[in-house]
Write a protein that binds this ligand. Sequence first.
Ligand code: SF4
Length: 297
Amino acid sequence: MQRSLRSAARRIARDLPWVANRDPWAILVSEVMLQQTQARRVVEPWRRFLDELPTVAACAAAPRSVIIGLWGGLGYNRRAGYLHDTARVVVRDFDGRIPREPDVLRTLPGIGAYTANAVASFAFGVRVGVLDTNVGRVLARAIANHPLGRAEAQRLADQLVPRRDSAKHNQSMLDLGAQFCTSTPRCSACPLADHCAWRRGGGVDPARHSAGVSQGQSVFEGSDRQLRGRIVATLRSGPRRLEDLHRVYVDEEGRFERLLSTLVVDGLVERGDDFVRLVGDPRERVGWTISPGNVPT
Ligand code: SF4
């Protein structure tokens, strides 16, 4: 299976700019952005972010509003706060150098097992398996042919990693899972088809109930997540009067106050007596009003 994957690596490689990059900071930024966002949607924000904040020190020194501003188009803005916190911890506690050990990386804000292993592998060549939703599907289908718990999936991912070129192997697993072993798999074109346990053994799709395999996101339209995103998007252009925001979100009156409070608790937004802004936004309070038609969706 490793040999088949290795010989197909070039053919199945996606054209993603961070794959050829060896800068740990650039890789960390890409992996945080990739946590809940599809790779093709990450490309432009990733470039934009690194143009503005090319080093961990630059990110640590920037106001939080800048990091949230650069997060536009990605959603799940809480990740921007975590990345900012991580940059500050790295500067304060690690002399500005991103740690290479997965156990240490996992202690950083917002860094879970996937991101820790991905940074360790892609930035430092640490021999550890990178397990995301896509790889979880490949392991459950191609190797186990039964649903996998998280620990077993990670163990299999680790066992598969070769001694040499471990980062390339992990990237190929991600490429394979994202393009072939999708929720509706494209087995006839898959380079692992000859070895795949599920394809040979048949039965119910083992990926469906495996740990770490996404069961699909909840409906976005009308969700709290959508409204939180709209409030943050409104504030990206500058501080706003609270009464203006209330007027804009008059139809969401009940939810607006509650979700504004969650944004404050999450460290993304701060409010004064009569105004609201992204945390650390240095711009003057604005004196102009907004209408519902002006609000980004
Ligand atoms: S043969 Fe099909 S099920 Fe097996 S790994 Fe490839 S795409 Fe997935």
